[in-house]
Design a protein around this ligand. Structure first.
Ligand SMILES: Nc1ncnc2c1ncn2[C@@H]1O[C@H](COP(=O)(O)OP(=O)(O)OP(=O)(O)OP(=O)(O)OC[C@H]2O[C@@H](n3cnc4c(N)ncnc43)[C@H](O)[C@@H]2O)[C@@H](O)[C@H]1O
Length: 275
């Protein structure tokens, strides 16, 4: 059995299928971890969603900001933007089954192994101020909300950049929004954990006083798999922990990459020319 971790598909279905072929991926034998943002921006979001859902227990997925945006649009609270490529999902005959499946995916996957082998997967990152068990509990708060009767009310107030700094005393929607923004949107943070939401490009775009979240040391030493930050091109220079950047920007014309979790080998499929 081989376990591969992939970054953001973002609707790059042709490249996803080609990469699985290149890996000789067999869902009866192998496992796939997907770091979120299955959908949006690319041309094959509906096909990606169907393909990953059909993998069943062979695939483990975390939610990304674009997946949450799809749910926000479908469940109320979000509206389609001009750059969104989500209409085919919203019009699909199997839309409810797909959305329901997506809504039940976690924000954090933890393989539960003892340190130092412990491997976690999130879409954007892990706040240095959070312990691993604390992060897992906070992800669980959002996951319970998404699976419950308050999900609609949550999506109506999910969007926004505040509070930008985590505080244990946060309550209600502000607490849930802060958790979502860490797990699915974080890139640069200040030493006190304040998130910046403006800079989205390479490490040179860091605002003054901010560093990539993975450059802040932690007391523990997990292996953290994450996507979201395409401009990193799969690299985490200066990382203070074992952070593996998986989004190599397929939707931006680069490639889709799989990381073999045992060997550390990376296998990439180049982006196909768009019509
Ligand atoms: N609670 C909440 N509040 C608000 N919004 C919420 C929300 N929950 C969900 N959302 C959703 O999240 C979005 C905001 O998230 P953000 O994280 O703020 O923004 P984004 O640009 O949409 O991020 P994306 O995930 O596309 O990042 P990527 O690195 O691919 O691309 C980013 C940039 O990288 C650039 N880039 C890509 N490859 C590069 C490279 N090799 N070099 C340099 N730049 C590169 C691209 O040009 C692009 O500009 C909103 O649009 C909303 O839909």
């Amino acid at each position: 059995m081989t376990t591969y971790a992939l970054g953001d598909l973002q609707g790059c279905h042709a490249e996803f299928v080609a990469l699985l072929e290149r890996l000789a991926f067999d869902p009866r034998r192998d496992r796939l971890w997907l770091a979120g943002d299955l959908v949006n921006r690319g041309p094959g979001s509906l096909a990606c969603l169907r393909e990953v859902k059909a993998l069943g227990d062979a695939a483990r997925v975390v939610l990304g900001n674009h997946d949450l945006h799809l749910l926000g649009v479908a469940r109320g609270g979000g509206s389609l933007k001009r750059s969104d490529t989500l209409a085919a999902i919203l019009d699909a005959p199997d839309r409810e089954a797909l959305l329901d499946w997506l809504q039940h995916q976690p924000l954090l996957v933890d393989d539960g192994s003892a340190s130092p082998a412990r491997t976690l997967m999130v879409h954007a990152g892990l706040l240095p101020q959070w312990s691993l068990d604390g992060a897992r509990a906070l992800a669980g708060e959002v996951e319970s909300c998404l699976a419950g009767e308050q999900a609609g009310a949550f999506f109506e107030r999910m969007y926004g950049n505040s509070p930008a700094r985590w505080d244990d005393t946060l309550e209600g929607i502000e607490r849930l929004r802060a958790i979502v923004n860490v797990f699915t949107r974080m890139r640069f943070i200040a030493a006190d954990g304040t998130l910046d939401f403006a800079a989205k490009e390479g490490l040179d775009s860091a605002p003054q006083g901010f560093e990539p979240w993975f450059r802040y040391p932690r007391e523990d030493d997990p292996r953290v798999l994450f996507g979201h930050w395409a401009a990193l091109e799969g690299h985490t220079p200066g990382a203070a922990l074992r952070a593996e950047a998986l989004d190599t920007g397929c939707v931006w014309g680069n490639s889709l990459t799989a990381l073999d979790l045992d060997s550390g080998r990376r296998i990439s499929e180049p982006c196909r020319p768009r019509e």
